[in-house]
Design a protein around this ligand. Structure first.
Ligand code: GAR
Length: 192
């Protein structure tokens, strides 16, 4: 299974995938890791692991549609079986979703449909929920919408900060992500 991973940030979840591939416990071929901006930790981690990397810098394009076309073309050039949004914090348009229909996977640090968006952990904490978690789902053109594949619950503890809660959520998020990728690698990417 060939995958392209898209990142915007530190790429700690990507690192779990890189480590599992290097350890031989996950049978996927990481064709490339790409970002929407320069200087991401995720691209650095991928380069350190010897992966091909690319940047389709959002700011280099006149508008979102042009950036979307460039991103879709670049991703398509790797002919991936699956595209993984691993902390990729930009919404792609319907053309991108159509190009990778049923092949665009996202993870989110909350129990969707609760707390979508860029601050899922902060928003859950601010609301005062006692249980939150993470979601692996097929992405569509919405913000953290699309059919749910797997979820795990994480208890909120007294005194949790956004950072401490996010770290515990990420432990579960990585477990679910690796489980999902392993299942797809073994059985093929299912229709959403
Ligand atoms: C992850 O928790 C991921 O679910 C979240 O960003 C984090 C990336 O961490 N994505 C979203 O919030 C998408 N709405 P990482 O860069 O350390 O892997």
């Amino acid at each position: 299974m060939r995958i392209v991973v898209l990142v915007s940030g530190t790429g700690s979840n990507l690192q779990a995938v890189l480590d599992a591939v290097a350890a031989g416990s996950l049978d996927v071929d990481i064709a490339a890791v790409g970002a929407d901006r320069h200087g991401t930790g995720g691209v650095q981690r991928a380069a350190d692991a010897g992966c091909e990397t690319f940047v389709v810098n959002f700011r280099d394009y006149a508008d979102r549609a042009e950036w979307n076309r460039a991103l879709a073309a670049r991703v398509a050039s790797y002919q991936p079986d699956l595209v993984l949004s691993s902390g990729f914090m930009r919404i792609v348009d319907a053309d991108f979703i159509d190009a990778f229909a049923g092949r665009y996977l996202n993870t989110h640090p909350a129990l969707l449909p609760s707390f979508p968006g860029a601050h899922g952990v902060r928003d859950a904490l601010a609301y005062g929920v006692k249980v939150t978690g993470c979601t692996v789902h097929w992405a569509d053109a919405g913000v953290d919408t699309g059919p749910i594949i797997a979820q795990a619950a994480v208890e909120v503890r007294d005194g949790d900060t956004e950072e401490s809660l996010h770290e515990r959520i990420k432990v579960q998020e990585r477990r679910l992500l690796l489980q999902t990728l392993a299942a797809f690698a073994a059985d093929g990417v299912p229709s959403p």
